[in-house]
Design a protein around this ligand. Structure first.
Ligand code: C5P
Length: 232
């Protein structure tokens, strides 16, 4: 898969999500379904959006004992998502089990990527709450390497980290980066942001864009602007 813009469809119901996607009459954007929509509507939401011709990043961030994650991934493999994810903090053994569970009998599977440390976790919280006393950058890179060693396809990371992840884990190891804003747009609650053009420059493979598109007056125009800047 090449570079693409993934729209974070953070809606609370299927209807709201489909009303939004109905605005796209010419393109079929790559859609990210997160916990809110998945828990509200159940697995059928994935099939419903997939049947409309969209690729799906199913952002459920699994984290449990290896056997449980393997079985859960096995169930998810039937939904035909294009990308699934988990927490790298679940250990290499959990990530290896996830790859195994996600792989279908014919050997195919969705791409599997890892969240390293959530961007909402500060250095202070990591040290005091989690008792991890290494610098957060080092932890993020170490977790990315663990994910690569476990056979995963990439990580979710800040666009600011994408270049370093590629240097450590290889150019083919995917970097999927949220925290994208237009140069003239609202930053909102995101702290470390980049424009789509900067994300392209630094080598992100996919950008995940929510509110700059979903809350735009003209979402289709905002999506096209993102694609023009990021893909060219
Ligand atoms: O609206 P916005 O563009 O900020 O949406 C970004 C999306 O990416 C949201 O769905 C958010 O949960 C997700 N995300 C993030 N930062 C991370 C991981 C996921 O913003 N580190």
């Amino acid at each position: 898969m090449g570079k693409d813009v993934i729209i974070a469809c953070d809606f609370s119901s299927k209807q709201a999500c489909l009303d939004f996607l109905d605005k796209f009459t010419e393109e079929k954007p790559f859609v990210k379904i997160g916990m809110e929509l998945f828990y509200a509507e159940g697995p059928s939401i994935v099939k419903a959006i997939k049947e409309r011709g969209h690729k799906i990043f199913l952002d459920l961030k699994l984290h449990d004992i290896p056997n449980t994650v393997m079985k859960a991934m096995n169930v998810l493999s039937n939904l035909d998502a294009d990308i699934c994810n988990l927490h790298a903090g679940g250990t290499k053994a959990m990530m290896e089990a996830a790859v195994k569970g996600l792989t279908r009998p014919d050997g195919t599977r969705p791409l599997l990527i890892a969240v390293t440390q959530l961007t909402s976790t500060s250095q202070e919280a990591m040290t005091t709450d989690l008792l991890i006393d290494r610098p957060i950058d080092e932890v993020v890179m170490h977790y990315a390497k663990n994910a690569a060693d476990a056979g995963l396809d990439g990580v979710v990371c800040s666009p600011l980290e994408a270049g370093k992840v590629h240097a450590l884990c290889g150019e083919k190891f995917l970097t999927v980066t949220p925290g994208v804003r237009f140069a003239d747009g609202d930053v909102g609650d995101q702290k470390r942001v980049m424009t789509p053009a900067q994300a392209k420059e630094i080598g992100s493979d996919y950008i995940v864009v929510g509110r700059p598109i979903t809350a735009a007056e003209d979402p289709v125009a905002a999506y096209r602007r993102c694609c023009n800047e990021f893909i060219g």
